[in-house]
Design a protein around this ligand. Sequence first.
Ligand code: PAF
Length: 301
Amino acid sequence: MVSMKVIEQVSLMQSICNDALRPLVFVPTMGALHEGHASLISHARELAGTSGTVAVSIFLNPKQFNIAKDLEWYPRPFEADKALCQRTGVDLIFHPSVEEMYPCDTSIHVEENQLSQHLCGASRPGHFSGVVTVLTKLFNIVTPDRVLFGEKDWQQLVIARRLVWNLNFPTEVISHPTVREEDGLAMSSRNARLSLQDRSVASKIYEALRKTRTRTLEGESNVSALLESTRGDLESIPNSIIDYIEIVDEQTLQPLKKIIPSTTPARLLVAVKMGETRLIDNIGLTRMFHTDRDEKVAKLK
Ligand code: PAF
């Protein structure tokens, strides 16, 4: 495609995607794009090649916010988002209004009843129902061949895979490694909300995750012991309140009691509140790092 198009209507997006050059690779976002998104979109561009199509949705989905203040605060820098899309090679931006996505007679919602019951689902009631509902709509509108999700929101990634599998969407879910700031903090639109003081210690969350990973690789397999030491490390971060810490099977999200690397890939997931900001992060405990970026961060330590 020659120039980037911004589309606001569902029916127009559907007909453009219907005629788009394939493969059509899709990155769903809520805007406030940062270098983590840039990396996802660049990966989408590589997957689409020069002849395929890259579509990005920028839609701040009210249905996945259980706290009104959180939605109000969420930044909406659409001009900057457009510029980031332009420089990363996006062909189509889908930017509908709330009314366009949820007309007044909306009465059907999608629910996930297993994977979303704990972790972020427990502290954000209704959140994943909002996520799977909007993803179902976006997949029907965009009809992507492939859709990309960042690994930072691991639970969302697993639920998106289940959605595609259970509802038979003819698309492939591709995961993309978490992109981190130089000090290791996972990139997130929410980081902008941290006070200077909180930002200066927020990278300790990833330090705690890496420490637990090292202990696991050195042979500690007792999950209670690993959770206890992670809790201690996270509690020592000034002004932080732990929301959850869990070690789960990274594919089923089932909590584990013991780590058996040869049979179950284990992942540590945490959510920590600093002031008004809730930060999430996760790390694979049993796999070797598999990306250049992970290794780059590893070398900083
Ligand atoms: O991760 C996000 O930005 C959102 O949850 C998503 C996937 C775009 C759905 O609104």
